[in-house]
Design a protein around this ligand. Structure first.
Ligand SMILES: *Cc1c(COP(=O)(O)O)cnc(C)c1O
Length: 433
């Protein structure tokens, strides 16, 4: 399919080959698909399904398997692990009064987050275009993912991260995969501002979700879910919102799937923010007439963002899907994380915002009895071991979570025991009581 870049604000178009991050008017750019002459939706569905049995890495990838809707590149130019094709778990819908509840675990991607789906496309395109080096700002997972894909593409990687506000697992990955890692004095939003300047002034390719090719890859979370569920989508798709790249990508995926005739009913998006980093939820309350950035604070570091870069596209996604935006407290996030962890789904805090948000929305009867929902679990449990251990050892107050008392029941501390088999045996029998 033919593609061009199109400004979401003024509609100006540019060739995809242009090295530009924004429109001349400052607006965000979309990769616009020319749907005329596209395959029929039935042919597309068959093509996507047939690739499931292929041994080729571009077909094994849960991103490139959908390449007609993502990006056409010669197979040899694709930088892939492969990624995507993550599991979709059925959870018990009855406590929430729903008819069905699923969790799609994007933490099962090669570097442990959904960022890999976008990164494989952005890095493949950057290498195709002859990029000199790659750069991103990151709360952690983007840098881990870029470091990995950059290493596979043999391209230098620079990552800017906010000092001290990045989970250990993610920092470890960036360092291990050889990224040049710059910890700046400032927030993620400061880092984001800096990389946009660095990219233009030093001829580096920026691969934050401002890069529209990232979002083309992230659309496949919806496509993958659609095929895994037997070519249907649930009533609600619930996703955490930080920089709002996923929200934007999901909206675009649904717009295109509707236009192609793959779906005729559009599911509603529910975007969940942490209360301390909820500028999008606040804007939604005023029907997006006004936007105010905020100083972000939450234990869910992946969504600790006060000035989301994809705001305009995310508004489009909410409007198109008749979606909702809400926020949850850090205490609610930790409770939901505990409940997902105990079902061995397991996730990092930002991902648990989905379940916390769904609980709030069912309480408020925005999500109604008998409806179905899909939670997008964005990141792996091992990304943020410190928070998990704090929750298990009853140390959440030390994380600054004020509702800590209600979380005491989540504790599961290791017990120190003597080494004699008799005592160990007695303790086991005690615990089984
Ligand atoms: C990046 C990230 C988010 C936020 O996604 P956006 O697209 O920036 O809204 C949420 N959860 C995890 C685990 C992430 O890595």
């Amino acid at each position: 399919m033919n593609r061009q870049l199109m400004c979401v604000r003024c509609g100006s178009t540019y060739p995809c080959e242009d090295w530009r991050l924004r429109c001349d008017c400052g607006g965000l750019l979309d990769v616009q698909l020319d749907m005329d002459g596209a395959l029929s939706h039935a042919d597309l569905a068959t093509t996507f399904q047939t690739r499931l049995s292929s041994p080729l890495s571009q077909d094994l990838s849960g991103v490139w398997r959908y390449r007609e809707l993502v990006l056409d590149l010669p197979p040899g130019e694709v930088v892939t692990f492969p990624e995507g094709r993550t599991n979709l778990y059925a959870l018990d819908p009855t406590p929430l009064g729903l008819s069905a509840l699923w969790a799609k675990h994007e933490g099962e991607n090669p570097t442990g987050s959904f960022k890999d789906r976008g990164m494989t496309v952005a890095v493949s395109w950057a290498r195709h275009q002859g990029a000199r080096a790659l750069i991103c700002a990151s709360t952690g997972n983007t840098s881990a993912s870029l470091a990995a894909y950059g290493a596979r593409a043999h391209l230098p990687v620079f990552v800017l991260i906010p000092e001290g506000k990045i989970a250990q697992g993610k920092l470890a990955q960036a360092l291990a995969y050889g990224a040049h890692t710059l910890q700046i004095d400032g927030s993620f939003d400061d880092a984001m501002h800096a990389v946009e300047q660095m990219a233009t002034q030093h001829n580096l390719t920026l691969v934050n979700s401002l890069n529209p090719f990232r979002l083309e890859g992230q659309k496949t979370i919806i496509l993958d879910s659609f095929f895994q569920l037997g070519q249907i989508l649930p009533d609600w798709i619930v996703v955490p919102g930080g920089n709002l790249g996923n929200t934007s990508a999901f909206g675009k995926a649904l717009i295109e799937m509707k236009a192609l005739g793959l779906i005729d009913r559009v599911p509603r998006l529910a975007v969940i923010q942490a209360e301390g980093a909820s500028p999008f939820a606040r804007a939604a309350q005023g029907n997006f007439r006004h936007f105010e950035p905020m100083q972000p604070e939450t234990i869910a570091t992946a969504i600790r963002i006060g000035n989301p870069v994809s705001y305009d596209k995310a508004v489009r996604a909410i409007r198109f899907t008749n979606g909702v935006v809400t926020s949850v407290t850090d205490g609610e996030i930790l409770q939901a994380k505990h409940d997902l962890d105990r079902q061995a789904v397991g996730c990092e805090p930002a991902s648990a915002a989905t379940l916390a948000g769904l609980r709030r929305l069912t309480r408020e009867q925005v999500v109604r009895c008998g409806e179905s929902a899909l939670l997008i679990i964005t990141g792996n449990l091992l990304k943020d071991p410190d928070t998990t251990i704090a929750l298990a050892t009853g140390q959440t107050a030390a994380l600054g979570v004020t509702e800590a008392s209600s979380l005491a029941a989540c504790a599961n501390e290791p017990r120190h025991v003597p080494s004699d088999p008799e005592t160990i045996g007695r303790i086991i029998e005690e615990e089984l009581q």
